[in-house]
Design a protein around this ligand. Structure first.
Ligand SMILES: [Zn+2]
Length: 277
């Protein structure tokens, strides 16, 4: 495994894009050339090794053409290394974010949230949603760090004794219409991890004057080895992600990932870098 930096120049003119790409193409690590082949669509991103002439050249060009350069870090794993990772950052389809709606819009009741940003609210009763947002998915992310799972996903979790799950509330249609059984999983005292390692790259926001900073992650998620000693198969981060509401990031074990992939419970997974204490 090794780290590269993703230099993101945003939307720039095609002729300059082509010129820069041609000048650095040979320096893109070979295993990333297919994912980062030349394209005139989307933001212009180049994965390069830090402290190289090509890296310096791209930063200088960005400055010269007035492009807003954003740099992220990516740890590149071989398929075998990735398969052997112990923990993964998991991301899920989030209908609330896509539709820009909140659970309380459908009458869901919460308690004890931060009065400024709503962080750490918890359900007082079943969660309510419009059933059309569910689309029969086996697992979804909802606002307020709530994960909703179908009956078949719950069966998988119980059958395999996956830890970190408590089923206190259900997710139901706000008009009482039939939508199949869905169960809510919330952060609890038992499944919230210690803070991430300080080597994790963050872009942070604090729009409200409370202590709940929100983050976009700009590298792999990183934890010290000791922070994961008590980790369950499903865990929530101490940190909140940036979005409609402060949601915690989700970190899962290799066991959970392998079971979900095998059973087509669709989610995104990225290896967590574990750093020795
Ligand atoms: Zn807050």
């Amino acid at each position: 495994m090794f780290d590269v930096h993703i230099l993101d120049l945003g939307f720039i003119e095609n002729n300059i894009r082509r010129e820069i790409y041609d000048n650095v193409r040979d320096s893109i690590p070979s295993c990333l050339r297919k994912d980062f082949q030349y394209s005139e669509h989307g933001p212009f991103c180049l994965p390069l090794m830090p402290d190289t002439d090509e890296y310096l050249y791209v930063t200088k060009m960005a400055k010269r053409i007035g492009a807003h350069l954003e740099i992220r870090e990516k740890t590149v794993y071989t398929p075998i290394e990735e398969k052997n990772c112990e923990f993964f950052y998991m991301w899920l389809s989030d209908p609330m974010e896509i539709e820009a709606v909140h659970l309380e819009d459908y009458g869901t009741q919460f308690r004890n949230g931060c009065t400024l940003c709503d962080a750490n609210r918890s359900l007082v009763s079943d969660a309510l949603i419009d059933r059309k947002l569910i689309k029969k998915k086996p697992i979804l992310q909802l606002t307020d760090s709530i994960i909703a799972i179908s009956k078949s996903t719950k069966w998988l979790i119980e059958e395999n004794s996956l830890t970190g799950f408590e089923f206190k509330h259900m997710l139901k249609d706000y008009k009482g219409r039939e939508m199949g059984e869905y169960f809510c999983i919330e952060p609890t005292a038992n499944n919230i991890l210690p803070p991430m390692h300080s080597q994790t790259w963050f872009w942070e926001w604090r729009e409200k004057s409370c202590e709940h900073k929100q983050y976009l992650i700009a590298s792999n998620v990183k934890y010290s080895h000791s922070s994961l000693v008590k980790a369950k198969d499903l865990n929530f981060s101490f940190e909140f992600s940036y979005g409609l509401k402060p949601n915690r990031f989700i970190v899962v074990s290799k066991k959970l990932r392998d079971i979900f992939i095998k059973n087509k419970v669709r989610a995104g997974f990225m290896p967590v870098n574990i750093i020795d204490d």
